[in-house]
Design a protein around this ligand. Structure first.
Ligand code: KG4
Ligand code: ZN
Length: 356
């Protein structure tokens, strides 16, 4: 059994997890800083870094305690080294380096974006990866920082076939909630309030779907755009007045707004899955916790295996980092000097696809 400690500090969650053999999650502790950032209406990078500094040792101790292990049992450390907020990433990375230096064990740098996809394959879902019939796999990665469609083939290659040209889906929900003074982060609040509203009450735009009668260019077939949605919410607000947007009118507004986001995500994912003849579709990332998206995508997917990431592993978590770390051991340079990076590099290989 290979025991890997995974550390995640790329944004506003300090998370440490211990995963055995790349998929058995023994512990997964997440300490959220949301309340600290809420007063600023978004994540403040320096504040995030300070909070990680305070939380990282207790969170690590808790993860060890939960799994009934000690640091001496850990065989390698996997840490998110990008993309993310640089000051926040550096806390996890420096802490991970300290452990590895002290314990003489390998350090593996993990790409947060790929780790979100891997989060779908933890625990029992790991068996999908070794099933040749599951490929090609299309992953819809929806988080606060990313919205992308990733095509994974059985030859270990992955390519982004669609991405957002402006805001991410989570960002659209967060910004929408901010405009409506609903609090931060907006995704879960909109999710909750939408359940009380009628999603057909108002029409918000579905950009880059050809819905407005504008022909869609080939390059944007699977791309997303959510910034127009935000603008149309501002127009909606002008029309009705912020003070009138309460009760039914507010619930109908958020339900219609959320539905516009979910509708576009479903339309594009299904279109891409059919075009690339995919045998599986994966939903992952923080926004994958959205109740409507979870049910709606599953309902609309035509006879394709649908892999829904367990809620616990949708948002930022150490388990997806530790799990993915297993697949790099002995393959990638395991180096204590691994560096941090803030932006998503081009993806060409997914180490977790086994030889089939
Ligand atoms: O993956 P994640 O935890 O962090 C990033 O890597 O960005 O995703 C955070 C995003 C935020 O935009 C948050 O509003 C959204 O996930 N989110 C949700 C829900 N829970 C979190 N969006 C919609 N419905 C939810 N229930
Ligand atoms: Zn994330």
């Amino acid at each position: 059994m290979t025991l890997i400690l995974g550390i995640e500090t790329s944004c506003d969650e300090t998370s440490v997890s211990i995963v055995a053999d790349g998929h058995k999650v023994l512990s997964n502790v997440v300490s959220s800083q949301i309340a600290k950032h809420a007063v600023f209406g978004g994540v403040v990078p320096e504040l995030a870094a300070r909070e990680h500094v305070t939380a990282i040792i207790p969170v690590t101790n808790q993860a060890l305690k939960d799994s009934k292990l000690t640091i001496k049992d850990i065989e390698a450390v996997a840490v998110t080294n990008g993309p993310g907020l640089m000051p926040a990433l550096l806390v996890g990375l420096t802490f991970a380096r300290g452990i590895c230096f002290n314990r003489h064990i390998p350090l593996v740098g993990i790409n947060h974006f790929i780790a979100h996809i891997y989060g779908a394959f933890l625990n029992e879902n790991i068996s999908v990866l070794s099933n040749i019939k599951a490929y090609p796999i299309l992953a819809l990665v929806v988080s606060g920082g990313h919205t992308a469609l990733v095509l994974i083939d059985k030859d270990r290659t992955a390519r982004i076939v669609g991405t957002t040209i402006d805001d991410a889906a989570g960002e659209a929900l967060d910004k929408g909630a901010k405009i409506l003074n609903l609090g931060y982060p907006g995704g879960p609040i909109i999710d909750k309030l939408s359940k009380m509203g009628n999603h057909q009450a108002f029409h918000f735009p579905r950009s880059l779907t050809g819905a407005a009668g504008k022909p869609l260019s080939e390059e944007n077939l699977f791309n997303f755009s959510f910034s127009g949605l935000k603008t149309s919410l501002l127009h909606h607000l002008d029309k009705y007045g912020i003070n009138n947007l309460k009760d039914t009118l507010l619930f109908d507004t958020v339900a219609s707004y959320q539905y516009a986001v979910v509708d576009v995500l479903c339309m594009k994912t299904i279109k891409a899955a059919l075009k690339f003849k995919c045998n599986s579709v994966v939903l992952c990332g923080g926004v994958a916790q959205n109740s409507l998206l979870r049910t709606e995508l599953e309902r609309r997917i035509p006879k394709i295996k649908f892999l829904l990431t367990e809620r616990e592993y949708c948002g930022d978590n150490g388990a997806m980092i530790a799990g993915l770390g297993f697949h790099y051991l002995g393959k990638k340079e395991n180096n204590i000097e691994v560096d941090a990076y803030s932006r998503l590099p081009e993806i060409s290989e997914v180490p977790f696809v086994p030889s089939l």
